[in-house]
Write a protein that binds this ligand. Sequence first.
Ligand code: TTP
Ligand code: MG
Ligand code: MG
Length: 433
Amino acid sequence: MQKSVSDNIIITEHLFLIMEALSYGRPYKDIHHTDISNINTSLIHMDNATRIIIHIDMDAFFAAVEIRDDPSLKGKPLIIGMLPHERGVVSTCNYEARAYGVHSAMSIKTAFHLCPNGIYMHPNIAKYINVSHQIHAIWDQYTDLIEHVSLDEGYLDVTHSVHLFGGAKRIALEIKRKTLAETGLTCSVGIGYSMMSAKLASEEKKPDGLYVISNPKALKRLIADRDVRSIHGIGEKTAEALKRIGICTVREMEQNQDIVIQMMGQNGVQLLALADGTDNRLVSSFSEPKSIGKEHTFQHDVQDFIYLQEVLHLIAHELSYEIQLRELSCRTVTLKITYSDMRQITRSTSGETLYRSGDIFNAASSMLQKIERRWVRLIGISLSGLTKSRQMSFIDNHKASIDDTLFSIQRRYGRQSIQTGSELHARKQVDGD
Ligand code: TTP
Ligand code: MG
Ligand code: MG
């Protein structure tokens, strides 16, 4: 049976007190004059700009759109992706199919094995994009600080608009109501004091849920006994490696902080901060670029491939800095060469997501080894397949922590504040060009 929206509302802790206070039309800054001593110190925890963030994610998105358009599918397991006789994976499936163990990214073969009676359909992406525009138009009514994560998901920073609408809870309910009325679809909404807490909150009562995580204490209580993958940035690989040393839950991670830091360096420090409820990421409404690239055109054509490697080194450092600033990583590295006769070639390689200069350089450099050795006029690298989700890995731990520390210093004190010896060397070579 479909749960009603109100059944799903669970408001934890004290965030609603702020929201209710705000709902009486007082400007947001007034909250600072409110006596909070009897509310709880949890409010104090919201000091990193006291943000109120709403995370929205549509329920079984592709499948829900298809069921809306063909009600005869309702109640039956529906799998969107490839068809059983094709090679490929599940894009998504409805909750009835999930009961059979089917899930996104599973091979269709496995899905069919688990759920032979399911209905299998190809996705209609154009249709989903239209719905996506409709839901974005609803979100736009509540704030202009929106980060679109995917077709069905986004973060709304409502900190500065919440008082206009009678509180974050009211915004959430209105969004759910309008989404249902205008698209015929349900979504799950999370309200939090940070991006991670808002996302965890939206996942908490799926489908058609609404949940609030108002402070780090509530967040920690919620995830303490969960798999470490509850923490933003911990992917499959890192979780597996932690498991190998007996760390499965967030609590176990916190109990073994020294080991985590020893293993993962700066990444470990960041992940422990997230586990402790500190997430200072800001909702960013800048739409992400599709690719980021840099090129170098030589004053005089070059045939010295060792020299070309130096240039690649430099470009890799610059690009690594750029994508880290945007908290992105990339899946594809493309090497571009223009020969002296203006003939242009590109070579690409795709694999695991990466963002460190060493990894970018290695990918570009190995492509350079394989190209025709002629006079070169221009060399460049571009990074595409950009994604926000960064899988933190501790492979090559020592090198990784140096890279990450360098970036932290550069972000704080400027790009030129510190550079590796290899970069300085490369710069010297190229400057002399
Ligand atoms: P999700 O929001 O991850 O999943 P969902 O909306 O289908 O289900 P949930 O209720 O758990 O949120 O992804 C949104 C859509 O993106 C999904 O409907 C299909 C597509 N998608 C893929 O094509 N491949 C994937 O691996 C995933 C995760 C999603
Ligand atoms: Mg979804
Ligand atoms: Mg989603």
